[in-house]
Design a protein around this ligand. Structure first.
Ligand SMILES: C[S@@+](CC[C@H](N)C(=O)[O-])C[C@H]1O[C@@H](n2cnc3c(N)ncnc32)[C@H](O)[C@@H]1O
Length: 166
């Protein structure tokens, strides 16, 4: 969420792919190219899973609905408390909405989020912050997740590329 000076479709695509690969069920984007949801559903068809991309819902509405579903809201910001100090409490929540911003996040997000947490107190990237938070919150368990039925599957190998097509 938050204001962008220019729409950054590459960042949006990476936020979708990272969320999908690291165990999120869906992503809400304020603004994205029309084809993004389609591109990500093609990734699902090829590689498995049912990740959802929702575009255009105002952030207040997204947060309101999350709260109504019993999700705790976790805003990732370099100004927050260290993730490592809050992660145990975050892990105890049933369901989560993680929030990352663009260059300028509305002040109300800081007040309305249940947690404001920092992945180091240094400026870096929403994609990196999201990836590390997903990894820490799930204790690395997301690395072992199966994506179910898929058209393509990688056979992990030390060298070369082994892909089976079903
Ligand atoms: C270009 S950064 C803007 C940095 C911003 N001033 C902030 O509040 O973290 C865009 C987004 O990356 C995420 N981010 C950047 N650095 C972070 C950090 N150290 N910890 C957590 N999130 C971070 C935040 O979600 C932020 O809204």
């Amino acid at each position: 969420m938050g204001q962008r000076y220019v729409r950054d479709d590459r960042t949006f695509t990476h936020l979708c792919l990272v969320s999908r690969a690291l165990g999120a069920t869906s992503i809400h984007l304020q603004d994205a190219e029309d084809d993004l949801a389609k591109t990500v559903s093609e990734v699902d068809r090829a590689w498995g899973g049912e990740f959802r991309v929702l575009v255009g819902e105002p952030w207040r509405q997204v947060m309101k609905e999350a709260r109504a579903e019993g999700r705790a809201t976790v805003h990732l910001t370099m100004y927050g408390l260290p993730l490592q100090d809050r992660v145990d409490e975050i892990r105890r929540q049933d369901k989560l909405l993680l929030i990352v911003g663009g260059p300028k996040v509305p002040g109300r997000v800081y007040h309305e989020s249940d947690f404001n947490v920092a992945v180091t107190s240094q400026p870096h990237s929403e994609i990196a912050a999201l990836a590390i938070a997903l990894h820490e919150i799930q204790n690395g368990e997301e690395l072992k997740r199966s994506f179910g039925k898929s058209r393509l599957r990688i056979i992990p190998s030390e060298r070369g590329k082994k892909v089976v097509e079903y």
